[in-house]
Design a protein around this ligand. Structure first.
Ligand code: 6PG
Length: 258
């Protein structure tokens, strides 16, 4: 009898869109993806390196991951947590992405604190970006490649802290950015994001529907939005979106994922 064919590697399925009924369904899908990617990474490399995103959308997913059903499926001591971006504020500031992730998930699972690599938003931004880049280069032996990068998308098409018109360019892995209010941020660059094995973009809400149509719709055109530049070179991008955000997409893309 011939052996079972091996499943195709992720690189053969570069784009996947999962449309979820509502925010709760979206959180479940995202938590399931986290568990599955953790399992794959631990099986292959005994370590799971994930970059967490900020914003509102991943909150519920983080909370779900602390529940027994998910938490018991993850070998937390083998998880290395990083961040996709950070505001230039201290870690106890309500705007801190680290604080949100710490409160909703990181402090509630069996994750050793030394496995959490946060961006130091309280430091001089240039020095903090340099320091984080050095950390990544050391941790990934000179070539950062996350198992999973979580991202969100703003209605203006920004992702992480890469804003329209201000994409950090060049060879940097981590950069300083300025948001539309003029505030400084720290962010993984597109180079880092696109080097990941899996990138998951979580998008919820009707206010994102027009932008999503411009990015994923049948007649989408390249208009230079940062989110359009998220294209892993040897990996997969998975959009996990709710029906409200998907409401302007053409039906074929908007099939419900079970
Ligand atoms: C942040 C992220 C940002 C976020 C999007 C979507 O806020 O820290 O930099 O890219 O993911 O703005 O945010 P929501 O999930 O709140 O819509």
């Amino acid at each position: 009898m011939s052996p079972m064919p091996a499943p195709p590697p992720f690189s053969q399925d570069p784009l996947r869109i999962e449309v979820c009924k509502d925010a709760e369904d979206l959180a479940r899908h995202a938590a399931g993806l986290f568990v599955s990617r953790a399992g794959l990474a631990l099986g292959a490399r005994r370590q799971f390196a994930v970059a967490l995103s900020g914003g509102e959308t991943p909150r519920r997913m983080y909370a779900l991951l602390t529940q027994d059903h998910y938490a018991y499926q993850i070998v937390w001591p083998a998880v290395q947590v990083y961040f996709s971006d950070e505001r230039c504020v201290p870690p106890d500031d309500p705007r801190s992405n680290y604080r949100m992730a710490w409160e909703t998930m990181l402090s509630r699972v069996g994750l050793p604190e030394q496995n959490i690599q946060r961006m130091r938003g309280e430091d001089d931004p240039v020095l903090a970006a340099d320091a984080y880049e050095r950390e990544l280069l050391e941790a990934f032996a000179g070539a950062p490649r996350f198992d999973l990068v979580l991202l969100g998308m703003g209605a203006d098409g920004h992702t992480a802290s890469i804003f329209p018109g201000g994409q950090p360019a060049g060879e940097r892995w981590v950069a300083v950015a300025t948001d539309p209010t003029g505030a400084r941020r720290l962010t993984l660059t597109l180079k880092t994001i696109n080097a990941a094995r899996t990138v998951a973009v979580l998008v919820a809400g009707r206010e994102k529907a027009d932008t999503l149509k411009r990015v994923l719709g049948a007649d989408a055109r390249e208009v230079g939005l940062p989110i359009q530049a998220v294209r892993p070179t040897d990996g997969q991008v998975i959009w996990i979106i709710d029906e409200a955000a998907a409401s302007q997409l053409d039906p074929p893309a908007a099939s419900h994922a079970d």
